[in-house]
Design a protein around this ligand. Structure first.
Ligand code: FAD
Ligand code: SF4
Length: 518
């Protein structure tokens, strides 16, 4: 059997893996990145949702929990889930880091995390979204948000001269989204790191406390081969990383796969009396901060995803979609406690199984978020509001909101309930009995096996997590390899553009404007 060797092998090229690959390769290490999905560069992407969802999402976008009442979206390709984001960028909320320190003794050095977040922001060109690419529903929603006494906040995004095509969640065919596949992966490769896409790691071959190799499969040819390294870093993401460990018989002290949490979401839809053409611009522009209970995020999906998440059934659903030009939506995002679990699949070759049931308190916060979204829509002039209820409920006035509580008693009562932000399953901690990795990102009981991705998070973040996950990987490179990241990252694509245009370090880069290439 073929064997490929490296000093460091990193499995997964989403938010975490390529950041580690970049810093390690920059420090002169021999790095190999393995990625299960394809390497689809912008010119290979299209805006045909059904084709792109099938190619870029894990399980073709059909991953669900075992009860089939919650969808779970994850990326599958170079860039991982970051290639599919809406570019929303938040930093670690202080309250979350405080909770990790007090409740789980995971006391991250705040200065180092702050420096890591600054580095990530600069590589990703994070800046407040330009108003000229806001979708046309945004001013209406801003009015509605103000009318109910909240403040409309504008998202910060990792875009580089976005043209507002509105198709972020099927990848950016214009190359304007600065996801991992457009930034950290090529930056790592500039320093000599190697990348193998369409390569799935099936099992870890471990003897005692040492990993001896990875059993891999080329998903194009079907060829099986082995990868051997001095150190192994799993960055396959929450759900997948515990899945690889469980498939390999690595269970810790019955800890692997436990304590999975989510930012769960549901979407409230509305129809306005005139066409608003909300598809004609960025999908997500404004949000409302109602933490610690929930956040509300404007979201306007392209037609297929819009249809999949919209409530109503049969003919009513069909007819309502004819009103797409008149409609838009808001998502309510709620952080759950870490009570989900990843299980070893009962049949060889199946993907891991996921169990999660929202608590009454979490469903109540979701209900309040949806109720507030409905009030925003009504104040903005919507004539019909469709909350995400399986038993159809049409809201035309504030009085109709009284019917909501009885529709939020069980997860199954909700339509489009799910998460694109799974966390945990290999949580970090100071005790092998209650965690999977130690504060040095090393799997308890192993000397050369590390985990760094969303699976180490002890709890969910409550906000969109791509920047915190990248920052954690930047932070981890010191713990894993003793490498100090540079104060500023000079060799990113954005830094290059900034130098070329003579812009100040904190000035957002806007390379051009106008008509996107066809
Ligand atoms: C549709 C969507 C929209 C989102 N929007 C936002 C947003 O706007 N802002 C934000 O902050 N966050 C957003 N997120 C969430 C964010 O992208 C993820 O939380 C983050 O990318 C997770 O990082 P990760 O490194 O843990 O895993 P991932 O980014 O999921 O990367 C894991 C990688 O490992 C690969 N892999 C898995 N198993 C194996 C294996 N056995 N062998 C080889 N490779 C493997 C996967 O194919 C994948 O590429 C979004 C997510 C989705 C799905
Ligand atoms: S050009 Fe389109 S896909 Fe690309 S970042 Fe902008 S809105 Fe997203």
């Amino acid at each position: 059997m073929k064997t490929i060797r490296a000093e460091y092998v990193i499995v997964g090229t989403g938010a975490a893996g390529p950041v580690l690959a970049y810093h390690l390769a920059r420090a002169g290490k021999d790095v190999l990145m393995l990625e299960r999905g394809p390497h689809l560069t912008p010119e290979k992407l299209s805006q045909r949702e059904t084709e792109m969802v099938g190619r870029l999402f894990k399980d073709g976008g059909a991953q669900m929990n075992t009860a089939c009442d919650m969808f779970l979206l994850q990326g599958n390709g170079v860039g991982g889930s970051t290639a599919l984001t809406n570019g929303v960028c938040f930093h670690f909320p202080d309250a979350v880091l405080d909770r990790w320190a007090t409740e789980f003794k995971v006391d991250l050095d705040r200065d180092r995390i702050a420096a890591a977040q600054r580095r990530v922001d600069s590589v990703l060109n994070v800046h407040e979204l330009e108003r000229d690419v806001f979708n046309p529903a945004t001013p209406l929603l801003e009015n509605g948000i103000r009318a109910i006494g909240r403040e409309p906040l504008h998202f910060r995004k990792n875009f580089l001269d976005c043209v507002g095509c509105g198709y972020c969640t099927v990848g950016c065919k214009y190359g304007r989204k600065m996801h991992s596949g457009m930034t950290w992966v090529p930056m790592a490769m500039q320093h000599g790191a190697r990348l193998m896409a369409m390569t799935e790691v099936n099992k870890i071959d471990a003897g005692g406390a040492t990993v001896r190799g990875l059993k891999c499969r080329d998903l194009d040819s079907g060829e099986k081969f082995r990868v051997e390294a001095d150190r192994y870093i799993l960055s396959c993401g929450a759900i997948n990383t515990p899945g690889v460990l469980l498939r390999s018989g690595i269970k810790g002290e019955d800890t692997v796969g436990k304590w999975v949490s989510f930012n769960v979401g549901s979407i409230c839809f509305a129809e306005f009396p005139e066409p608003i053409d909300a598809f004609d611009g960025d999908q997500m522009c404004v949000w409302v901060n109602a933490l610690p209970d929930y956040v509300l995020e404007q979201l306007h999906n392209p037609p297929a995803s819009f249809a999949l998440t919209m409530p109503l059934w049969h003919r009513e659903h069909y007819d309502q979609l004819d009103r797409y030009r008149y409609m838009t939506s808001i998502g309510a995002l709620v952080a759950t406690d870490p009570r989900g679990q990843i299980h070893h699949p009962p049949i060889p070759g199946w993907h891991e199984e996921i169990t999660f049931k929202a608590s009454a308190g979490e469903l109540d916060r979701m209900r309040r978020g949806i109720e507030e979204s409905a009030r925003i829509f009504l104040a903005a002039g919507a004539t019909k509001v469709f909350p995400p209820c399986a038993e159809t409920l049409l809201i035309r006035s504030e009085d109709d909101l009284k019917h909501l509580p009885s529709r939020f008693r069980m997860q199954k009562q909700l339509t489009g309930f799910g998460s694109s932000h799974p966390h945990g399953g290999c949580r970090m901690g100071v005790d092998a009995k209650t965690s999977v990795v130690d504060p040095e990102f090393r799997v308890w009981g192993f000397d050369n096996l590390h985990v760094c991705d969303a699976s180490v998070f002890p709890t969910s973040l409550a906000v969109n997590p791509q920047v915190p996950i990248m920052a954690l990987a930047d932070y981890a490179v010191h713990a894993i390899a003793g490498i100090e990241p540079p104060a500023t990252v000079e060799d990113g694509p954005v830094a290059e553009a900034r130098r070329r245009l003579g812009l100040a370090p904190d000035e957002p880069v806007l390379l051009s404007s106008g008509v996107p290439p066809t």
